[in-house]
Design a protein around this ligand. Structure first.
Ligand SMILES: [Zn+2]
Length: 473
């Protein structure tokens, strides 16, 4: 009995069929020159020596790749000596993720190709040990990757090998024995966020093109749109009568090629700008809202890698939005160094401007800063977690919590938590005796207060000054 599983697709990918006695077989139309050198097209059949469908699929993929690369004869002649490698497995795994519409599959492919395959690609899947995984992660740290990036590489490996383990292809998942290296550097400096006044100056400036004002407004005001999201905005999803509603595809989603479609009501202040932009584009009915503005691809959608960080900083600077006490003359014309992607120094202090340069405490402003500002504003406004997470499209409540933690509200100690303190009290004992005598609680034991601090670091100074803690003299 013969069961055909995959019908031969129009694109030559070959197909699999199963025989109960001998397992999986592959067949494919292929063209090879005959003895006289004339190309002959013929259906070829391959015995795959496995009863496992996933393994059979990977073998078929490998055969077809070899065929298209012109190296099939070598592969087929010695199939026993070239078992499926980890590279075959990982690539097939990523292909499966892409086919299932997993949005992060592209990133996973990049991480695995760049950091994992050089070390384990040639090994058989069962031969990959925790020490290999440890080496991959250590190499990534050596490359200067941040802890967050190393964690992502480990995550991709863990999912890939976890799938093989669940499928009983390997006895254990080697990644589960490996942690992210402790020495992976953490960069927890905050990104600089523009104040409302700075954003206002940016929007009011004649030096900034309308395009960048629109992008900044959308990212700051409209659901904290990400670069990839504004790049994919389409006029067909905009209410073009009164610009009151806009739908757009969110960039991050676990499944579904386009991400989640989100509809938001446009804040009144933003509608006139959206209308102005629509009219400046000759009121299209459909098509990308922010197409490429010049060059060969003018009018087309911006490519995936498009970022606005540098251009944003350029126009901020040209608009005179700076965070240093500028010593340049009032009529100084600000200029941007396109090659270095930084301001042409207007004065010596420009080098330390946190808007344009990383400092020990912060990272320079980028397009994502607007999204952070939006999330912070939601947290500051005390919007409930569910609404804030939905508006900003945060899938993880921990991300929202981060913003909430940094609001002013979370820095204020409520008055009810502060004990009633005497109006005058002297913590360092250096004041005159007359002043000490006036303080109510400390004055009783001024000598003990001084000595009692020895060996009590970390104790609350109020406890010490009240003399409540029994201390050995
Ligand atoms: Zn300056």
């Amino acid at each position: 009995m013969t069961t055909t599983v995959t019908p031969t697709a129009t694109k030559n990918k070959g197909s699999l069929f199963f025989k109960p006695a001998s397992g999986w077989w592959a067949r494919a139309w292929m063209e090879f020159p005959d003895e006289t050198g004339v190309p002959r097209r013929k259906r070829h059949v391959f015995k795959l020596d496995t009863f496992d469908r996933d393994l059979a699929r990977r073998k078929l993929t490998k055969i077809m790749r070899a065929y298209h690369e012109g190296s099939l004869e070598r592969e087929v002649r010695a199939p026993a000596t070239t078992p499926a490698t980890t590279a075959d497995y990982l690539r097939a795994w990523v292909d499966g993720r892409k086919a299932a519409g997993v949005v992060m599959a592209g990133d996973e492919s990049n991480w695995l190709e760049k950091y994992a395959l050089p070390t384990i690609g040639h090994l058989a899947l069962v031969d990959v040990r925790p020490l290999h995984v440890r080496r991959i992660l250590a190499d990534a740290v050596q490359h200067g990757l941040s802890r967050e990036s190393v964690r992502k590489i480990r995550g991709a490996l863990n999912r890939a090998f976890g799938a093989a383990w669940k499928n009983e292809e390997i006895p254990e998942n080697p990644v589960s024995r490996v942690d992210v290296p402790a020495d992976a550097p953490v960069d927890d400096r905050d990104r600089v966020i523009l104040t409302d006044a700075e954003l206002g100056a940016f929007l009011a400036s004649g030096a900034v093109p309308l395009l960048f004002k629109m992008l900044a407004l959308l990212a700051r005001v409209f659901g904290g749109m990400r670069t990839a999201e504004v790049n994919r905005m389409d006029w067909s999803l905009v209410n073009r009568d009164d610009y009151s509603k806009v739908s757009f595809f969110r960039a991050k989603a676990k499944r579904g090629r386009g991400g989640k479609l989100q509809e938001l009501i446009v804040p009144i202040e933003l509608r006139q700008h959206l209308r102005a932009w629509h009219e400046s584009q000759d009121k299209p009915e459909a098509g990308v809202v922010f197409p490429v503005t010049r060059g060969a691809t003018k009018g087309a959608a911006r490519s995936k890698g498009t970022t606005y960080a540098k251009t944003l900083r350029k126009y901020l600077f040209l608009a005179g939005v700076v965070r240093h006490d500028c010593a340049a003359a009032a009529d100084h014309e600000r200029r941007w160094d396109i090659v270095k992607g930084e301001p042409r120094a207007c004065c010596p202090r420009a080098k330390n401007d946190p808007l344009f340069f990383d400092t020990t405490a912060s990272r320079r402003v980028d397009f994502h800063s607007f999204r952070r500002a939006f999330a912070s504003a939601l947290a500051d406004a005390g919007v409930n977690e569910q609404t804030a997470m939905h508006l900003a499209s945060h899938a993880d409540s921990r991300v929202h919590a981060l913003y909430t933690m940094r609001t002013t509200k979370m820095m204020v100690i409520p008055a009810s938590a502060v004990p009633a303190l005497p109006s005058k009290w002297i913590p360092d004992g250096s004041t005159s005796g007359a002043a000490l005598a006036k303080t109510v609680m400390i004055s009783a034991r001024p000598d003990r207060f001084e000595r009692s601090t020895d060996g009590l670091e970390g104790r609350c100074s109020i406890q010490l000054s009240y003399g409540r803690v029994p201390v050995a003299r």
